[in-house]
Design a protein around this ligand. Sequence first.
Ligand code: FBP
Length: 551
Amino acid sequence: MVSPLQKYRYEYQPKLPEILRGEIKDVKPVLGEPTQSVSDQAEIKKLFPCTYGMPEVSFTKGSNDYGKKKINVGVILSGGQAPGGHNVICGLFDALKKANPENNLIGFKGGPSGLVDDKFVVFTEDFINEYRNTGGFDIIGSGRTKLETEEQFEKVKNVCAKHGMCGIVIIGGDDSNTNAAVLAEYFASSKVPVSVIGCPKTIDGDLKNKDIEVSFGFDTATKVYSELIGNIERDANSAKKYWHFIKLMGRSASHIALECALETQPNLCIVSEEVEKKGMSLSQIVDQIADAVAKRAEDGNNFGVVLIPEGLIEFIPEIKVLISELNDIVAKESEAFAGLKTFEEKSDFVQRRLTAASKKAFLVFPDGIKAQLLMDRDPHGNVQVSRIETEKLLIELVGKKLDEMKAAGTYCGKFSTQNHFFGYEGRCSFPSNFDSDYCYSLGYNAYFLMAGGFTGYLSSVRNLCKPARYWKAGGVPITMMMNMEVRNGKNKPVIRKALVDLEGKPFAYFASNRDEWARKTCFVFPGAIQYAGPAEVCDRTTITLALEHEE
Ligand code: FBP
């Protein structure tokens, strides 16, 4: 049994860029200039001798013989769920079958580990039809296994040979696509004739640059969160008795929090990148929130909404240093640390190794937050920020500050709070029309890159603020987006994360309005995603994308 909406969405025909709408044989790639990595060029060139410097690719009208030969292609979903992943697979499947009905698409189950362990399903039309325009990654599942060892690459090589595959599409975020680049280089250097193509996925919105305007899933997830925030704002404005502290997913970058702030105009939105730039301490952030609460109380408004990006804690200078020291300790003494059973043992272990300043920062936290900071890192060595309850920490600290202000006679309001964390609620929603179209186009376009024999490229669809027929299709060498960073205690080549640009238009718009939003009640209620109706309601992009690409 499927819901009426799901049934209705099966029928939706995603829109493609004009160039991909005709016959498969009528498209040809055009090569641009050789490229360079965003920094650390010499080191990255040395690590990627076969795939460094490749040109950007765009598609134009022409002719090809891609469909003449039958091919088999593999696909995996990697990392956190993002709305639209199913449509990437559907787009890839449809292009493959349109090129040659004998072509096969093989889905490897459970993320990268499925590719290594050869857990697969061969897609059929009937099977794929049940996932068109739906959310989630349940078509084949996902996982966070890091593809990085030679042993894994050899296994993948054997799996590709067994299935007669000429290509693999990796649908993932910055870390997964970094792995895609490493795998592409490994295959190219060992003369394995298998292309590796990535597709830019992540609700976090931090996989973007001049060629990748946005990662898929950001549009839908921020619309889901904005709907929920708008509902809470309306509740707050009706009951007028709570301050709601809402933490929003997004890992390090604050793109999600900022987009939701632009959509809903809350009283406060903390932007981690600004906190870092201004070198704000935790107590300065607390003071800023307490000050806004006190000012609204003067107007008789003892309610409001505060948005907090989930990665905030990592951007507060003293805590950033603390986390980096903790990461090093946990990475370098992983066995000894893993052998510790209780929180007390772990806490004591790290305290004996932290520098004096970091130990002081660590000791400020209540035990709950200390324990969250000591939890397992993800396979890429990142702290799992979604599990650190920053919203509760801030409520506690702001409450204490307001008590002090009350005692000093500078605050006379009432501070009742509710805390929320919106993250998983938005990752598997039915994709918006934008994400349905964008993802389908990314998958369809990935076929052309693969059939054209390109490897180590990210599928790129641009000009996204225009209607889909004006979108531009092509590919960007992954090495072009790389720099060197310390991961798990070692210097590694990775795709550079795009953090919120404090000089960019989305932040500038927010900054020029936030004082008014803080004092007055300027809430906006975006409502639910709409799938049918006028284009300005149904096909609307995010405000971030619109401002970034405003002409
Ligand atoms: P990706 O970077 O893999 O797309 O994951 C995004 C994300 O949703 C982050 O926003 C969040 O911090 C993390 O995944 C949560 O991870 P998990 O699903 O493992 O709990």
